[in-house]
Design a protein around this ligand. Structure first.
Ligand code: IPE
Ligand code: IPE
Ligand code: MG
Length: 231
């Protein structure tokens, strides 16, 4: 049977807090360690010839965490919006996208994100999508609001065209680390026919062995898309 190539892999990068707590450290240490896993996962995906990598970094609901943790996560993002990151992305031919809402974000952060994204726009290698301040339900509601606006005149054939994820192909494989078995309002529309793996490893511990085993499991699955298999 023909296997569906792994074209788009997505992660719910979960388990940073538990990782730190297990080591008797503040939760933010887990976030710092978790951030270090991102370039590694980008390398694994490049080596596997994956075209799209999506990473859920911060949900709209995550604003409800304690102020100090939210501030730490925002600072961690800001700390990576640098010339050094631009150089790294361009050297590796990575095209970076930001998928998220501007609401509640400091305009300075938004400007910095856009500047990094802009600097990678002509890169032709892997496409890495950072979901920061994203909510799947809000994305769909937002699309409806656009349609209901009296000035809306665009001809569309599908709601997907109005989503923040409009440029992304469907997610083939979703991996959620940290062993929780839920979607937590990630890219709802794009997950319609995804294979899902709930990985036990906490995000800061996620490594190449986990990745290889997840990819192998994906290729062992039988994707039917509502059909039955041809014999
Ligand atoms: C994921 O790790 C990072 C974010 C949601 C920003 P968590 O912080 O949710 O870690 P756990 O689930 O509490 O262990
Ligand atoms: C999901 O993790 C969001 C991100 C990883 C960015 P959460 O830790 O926020 O999800 P819940 O609260 O356990 O569902
Ligand atoms: Mg969590």
């Amino acid at each position: 049977m023909k296997k569906h190539k792994l074209n788009h892999i997505a992660y719910i990068m979960d388990g940073n807090g538990r990782w730190a707590t297990k080591k008797n450290k503040p939760r933010n240490v887990g976030h710092l360690e978790g951030a270090k896993v991102i370039p590694k996962v980008i390398d694994y995906a490049i080596n596997e010839n994956i075209k799209y990598l999506s990473l859920f970094a911060f949900s709209v609901e995550n604003w409800n965490r304690p102020k100090l943790e939210v501030e730490y996560l925002l600072q961690l993002l800001i700390d990576h919006l640098t010339n050094k990151t631009k150089k790294y992305l361009n050297k590796k031919n990575i095209k970076l996208n930001w998928i998220g809402f501007e609401t509640n974000l400091n305009p300075l952060i938004v400007r910095k994100i856009k500047s990094v994204v802009e600097s990678t726009k002509d890169n032709k290698g892997i496409i890495v999508n950072i979901f920061f301040n994203y909510s799947g339900t809000k994305d769909i509601e937002n699309a409806f609001e656009k349609i209901l606006d009296k000035n809306f005149s665009k001809k569309i054939s599908n709601i997907k065209e109005l989503l923040l994820t409009s440029e992304l192909p469907p997610i083939d494989l979703l991996i959620r680390t940290g062993n929780e078995k839920r979607i937590s309002n990630f890219a709802l529309y794009d997950l319609a026919y995804s294979e899902i793996i709930f990985e036990e490893a906490l995000w800061p511990d996620y490594n190449e062995l986990n990745f290889n085993s997840n990819v192998k499991e994906y290729y062992n699955r039988d994707r039917r898309f509502g059909k039955i298999n041809e014999q």
